[in-house]
Design a protein around this ligand. Structure first.
Ligand code: NAP
Length: 287
């Protein structure tokens, strides 16, 4: 009897975790185990170690993260514990058990002052606690297990969890007029596409460790994204552009969050999708 390679997914109740779960039946060659925060709080290091001792997964896709960007400014310790320290422990345990680790990181490791898409080698300079904790997570992962693959992504949305799309849909259904920041640009990324890219890498049998960038294609502002949501849903809500200074937040956001995807495309043959057609797919699922 052949034994299927096991894929462990942490943070499985988040946007990305749930999209990976949706793909489970398309990858029957693997045995998936999905663990939510309640099942495996990754900052409880002994639980993490014990789980590996009993289970020995061939792959770990770490979707668990402290993602409350603004709250992180006042919960620094917890943000670093989950996004940095736990990732280091996870990487070390993966090394010990010969488990291949895919860890997810963020555009917030950059300061957003670039004028052309960030490559993986571009200098990092996080401007928030969340960004700094995620950068330290990348460093810890590669320090404790250089065989790790890190995928930085940005502007993630899906039909699951909390995200910009769902916030806009709610606001547009409740209000006659909303204001949305127009001077921050990026590439809206459907979590289902990211999940597909991750499993394409796992199943490619071409493991090339290092940092990679992945988002959907296209560059728009949050305001333009809101306009697209209004247009596709036929909402009558008025959408006004505002500047970042008119919408102050505890954590600073990068003004330019565009990532260069050529490395992941060339290395793994990963296909990146147009943001608007991907968004239409997500909306059709939300309806
Ligand atoms: N969302 C974005 O726009 C974005 C952009 C760039 C990068 N990323 C990165 O992409 C990855 C996936 O993000 P996402 O959008 O799927 O985030 P998400 O929806 O917030 O999911 C994160 C999951 O991690 C869980 N979690 C939090 N603390 C944990 C802990 N100590 N132990 C175990 N699980 C824990 C959360 O549990 P609960 O469900 O119980 O809260 C949640 O289910 C993260 O690494 C994030 O930093 C996201």
């Amino acid at each position: 009897m052949s034994v299927k390679p096991k894929i462990l997914v942490t943070g499985s109740n988040g946007q990305l975790g749930k999209e990976l779960k949706q793909l489970e039946s398309s990858f029957p060659q693997y045995e998936f185990v999905f663990l939510s925060r309640e099942d495996l709080p990754i900052h409880h290091f002994e639980l993490l170690r014990n789980f590996f001792k009993g289970y020995h997964p061939q792959y770990l896709i770490n979707c668990a993260a402290y993602t409350a960007v603004d709250r992180a400014e006042t919960e620094k310790e917890l943000a670093f514990q989950v996004n940095a320290e736990a990732v280091g422990v996870m990487a070390a345990v993966c090394k010990e058990y010969n488990t291949k680790l895919i860890h997810i990181s963020t555009d917030y490791v950059f300061d957003g002052t670039a004028t052309k898409p960030y490559t993986e080698e571009a200098p990092t300079n996080p401007q928030s606690v969340y960004g700094a904790s995620k950068l330290e997570g990348e460093q810890e992962a590669l320090q404790f297990n250089p065989d790790t693959i890190i995928i930085r992504t940005a502007w993630v949305y899906s039909e699951f969890g909390k995200n910009f799309v769902k916030t806009m849909l709610k606001l547009m259904s409740e209000k006659e007029e909303i204001s949305v920041v127009a001077d921050q640009v990026g590439s809206p990324t459907y979590a289902a596409n990211l999940a597909q890219a991750i499993l394409a890498i796992v199943s490619s049998a071409n493991w090339q460790p290092g940092i990679y960038h992945y988002t959907d294609e296209g560059i728009i502002s949050w305001y333009e994204f809101a306009l697209a949501i209004k247009e596709i849903t036929g909402s009558t809500c008025r959408v006004n552009p505002i500047s970042t200074t008119a919408y102050p937040t505890p954590a600073k956001r990068p003004a330019y969050s565009v990532l260069d995807k050529s490395k992941i495309q060339k290395t793994f043959g990963v296909v990146t999708n147009n943001w608007k057609s991907s968004f239409a797919v997500c909306l059709s699922k939300l309806k």
